[in-house]
Design a protein around this ligand. Structure first.
Ligand code: ADP
Length: 686
């Protein structure tokens, strides 16, 4: 029997493995099973080039638990190892500066294992003793029994092994007893080995018989050695792709929308299938993640550093031996191959979408609502993706018609340019609440987009930025005549005094709604338009919409109250009539004040003219006081007039009714105010 020390320069590698790799220690199984798979495949390769002429026999890796002995055995009938090979590959794990390195990468077990080629030694994360029984395919070689109890000392002796290949026996540590449970091991095999290229048998299939589960003769194969992504797209049907989706995500009930088969061999190696999932509101977007494989060995399902963030919304698998696994995450991002891979995937995804759009626009439109979150996210976060997607990204109007950006531009080009040459995109984000505004816009021959999803606010800004003279205006942000201003504004017919009177009248009954401001404005629209409208200024509203999504400065806007304008249509007979009545009632009191006001304003004018060429320090205190006094007087007189109209209008039902109608049309009349409105409306009919 040979004895020796494992070639580790540091005192003892095993405590290091156990201590630092504790959190990830389940990967021992992946490492040992993939070594067994490699050995099996190497034998096939040797047979193919005629270096091995014997019987390959059944290519299977077996994982078995011997609960009573407290062991797990991983067996293969691959190439096996000679004594020299055991010595070279197992005993001589030469490395220097182990501790330094381990400290540096202690959070990343992958890195340590990859760096040292410590795959085999990961067995010591769960085992107190490991044995190898191996018989090389080389006919003259004797079988070897190697054993090590977790100290740097091992024993190695000749033995007899009837079959070619290797058995690795792990004597599971007392602290790791859970790895002797069948469900645990089966779970791990399914996680890491589900698509390994050689069949992995874990015990026998079970069957229910007479109310009991009994073992059958058949091996319980836990993997699919030829997963869809390893095949050529031409060999696969649409159903095969769907079946594979469910193989990947057994818990998912939904069908994917489309798939993309990736297949590159230059300048890097990459295969895989990505799926566009059906995205539903409130779903956990990252539940089914893209899985990363390296030659069919599961590596991770956090691919954040390998594909752009918006692509992580996709589902599926990526398999590449060219993604460096044994490095830290931050390094990954700067790795040239990883960058190329990311770029390639982006291009593939964009091209595939373009292909579907070109070949089957109906299907593309049908699925647009499901895929748009993803496409818009991509367009917003990746300029390259924007360029590719801008040709098929869609806009939907309120009549559920779809247009590409370019098509839509052409649609509105003729009718929706304002007098400054700006192209105005009208949009709604709630077809029910904005119904009357949408109708008014349509009556004018305008088209209205529906922009109601999470990212639409940002898409709006993006389209505005990317296109000159382009502006989005929400249909309810102004009266329809002002949404797209075509010719010079029409003059309001009323005098300044009459407008002040109307302002006082409407201000007297402005609604009190929490965090909402109202002001009164005037427009000379037309006789058949509504007498009073409510509009919401575009800029402020958009800032508030954005604040829902972003922090910082945006949250400042979020705190601002909503601000609406009651637009009084001075062309409407009801308004004229209302003003006439108010004047009739109030003239007696208002007129004398109005006369005084006129005189005072004239005086103020003269005074201001006299003082306007002088600097502030050239004026005497007396002059200054005089100016101040008259300004005060003018303000007081105005207020007196306002008070008269306010007192008159405060209880006026017509005013109240008009305001309520405007609120109602904007979905702002609720609760008690709504009930009062209904009651008042009934009274009018009596
Ligand atoms: P790596 O697999 O990264 O090279 P390991 O420590 O897992 O590192 O294995 C070291 C070497 O030991 C392998 O490259 C292989 O040559 C040999 N080996 C490990 N397991 C087996 C096995 N089951 N059959 C044959 N050779 C094996």
């Amino acid at each position: 029997m040979a004895k020796g020390n494992i070639g580790v320069t540091s005192d003892n590698i095993f405590p290091v493995i156990k201590k630092f790799l504790y959190s990830d220690h389940e990967i021992f199984l992946r490492e040992l099973v993939s070594n067994a798979v490699d050995a099996t495949q190497k034998l096939k390769t040797l047979a193919a080039v005629n270096e091995f002429k014997g019987e390959i026999g059944e290519s299977k890796v077996r994982v078995t638990i011997q609960a009573q002995k407290g062991t797990i055995t991983i067996s293969d009938n691959g190439i096996g190892m000679t004594a020299e090979e055991v010595d070279k590959y197992i005993n001589q794990i030469a490395f220097s500066g182990a501790e330094e390195f381990v400290n540096k990468y202690k959070d990343n077990a992958q890195a340590i294992i990859g760096h040292f080629g410590l795959g085999f030694y990961s067995a010591f994360m769960v085992a107190k003793k490991v044995e190898i029984f191996t018989q090389s395919y080389k006919e003259e070689a004797a079988a070897v029994h190697w054993s090590c109890d977790g100290s740097p000392e091992y024993t190695m002796e000749e033995t007899i092994k009837s079959e070619r290949g290797t058995d690795i026996i792990l004597h599971i540590d007392d602290e790791c007893k859970e790895f002797l449970e069948e469900t645990k091991i089966e779970g791990l095999l399914k996680k890491y080995c589900k698509f390994l290229p050689v069949e992995i048998a874990f015990g026998k299939k079970k069957e229910w018989k007479d109310g009991k589960q009994i073992e059958t003769e058949e091996d319980n194969i836990i993997n699919n050695p030829q997963p869809a992504w390893t095949k050529k797209p031409a060999e696969l049907t649409e159903d095969d792709y769907k079946t594979f989706y469910h193989e990947l995500y057994p818990m998912s009930m939904d069908e994917p929308l489309f798939h993309i088969h990736l297949n590159v061999d230059y300048p890097f190696n990459l295969t895989g299938i990505l799926y566009f999932p059906k995205i539903k509101p409130n779903m956990d977007l990252h539940k089914n993640k893209i899985q990363l494989y390296c030659n069919q060995v599961f590596v991770t399902d956090s691919v954040e550093n390998i594909v752009p963030e918006y692509l992580t919304l996709l589902h599926g698998v990526i398999d590449s031996p060219d993604i460096p696994l044994n490095v830290s995450r931050s390094y990954l991002q700067s790795d040239g191959n990883v960058k190329k891979i990311s770029g390639h995937i982006t291009k593939k995804v964009a091209d595939r979408l373009s292909e579907i759009f070109k070949n089957d626009r109906t299907q593309f439109e049908d699925k647009w609502e499901d895929i748009k979150l993803f496409i818009q996210y991509g367009m917003l976060s990746d300029e390259k993706f924007y360029e590719r997607a801008a040709g098929y990204a869609l806009l939907r109007n309120v009549d559920k018609k779809y247009f590409t950006y370019e098509e839509y531009k052409q649609l509105i080009e003729e009718n929706q340019r304002d007098k400054e040459g700006q192209l105005i995109y009208l949009y709604a984000n709630d077809t029910d609440a904005q119904y009357s505004y949408i109708e008014r816009a349509k009556e004018k021959g305008y088209d209205v987009l529906l922009m109601d999803s999470q990212l639409d606010v940002h898409i709006i800004s993006q389209i505005e930025q990317k296109n000159e003279k382009t502006r989005f205006v929400r249909v309810d942000s102004d009266i329809v005549e002002n949404l797209i201003k075509k010719e010079n504004e029409q003059k309001v017919e009323f005098t300044q005094e009459q407008l002040s009177a109307l302002e006082s009248i409407f201000s007297s009954q402005l609604p009190k709604i929490e965090k909402t401001n109202f002001i009164v404005g005037f427009e000379h629209i037309s006789e058949d338009a509504l007498p009073v409208f409510l509009t919401q200024e575009e800029f402020m509203r958009r800032m508030k919409d954005m604040s829902v999504m972003g922090g910082g400065m945006m949250s400042f806007y979020g705190e601002m109250p909503d601000s609406y304008k009651f637009v009084v249509n001075t062309a409407h007979p009801l308004i004229k009539d209302m003003l006439n009545k108010a004047e009739e009632k109030c003239n007696e009191k208002v007129n004398p004040i109005a006369i005084t006001l006129k005189e005072k304003q004239a005086e103020e004018e003269i005074l201001k003219n006299a003082q306007k060429d002088k600097k502030s320090d050239e004026l005497s205190t007396e002059e200054k006081d005089q100016a101040e006094a008259i300004t005060k007087e003018v303000a007081r007189l105005k207020k007196d007039i306002k008070d008269i109209y306010t007192a008159y209008a405060k209880e006026n039902d017509t005013v109240k009714q008009l305001i309520d109608i405007a609120l109602l049309a904007s979905n702002l009349l609720k609760g008690e105010a709504l009930a009062a409105f209904v009651k008042r409306s009934v009274n009018v009919l009596k």
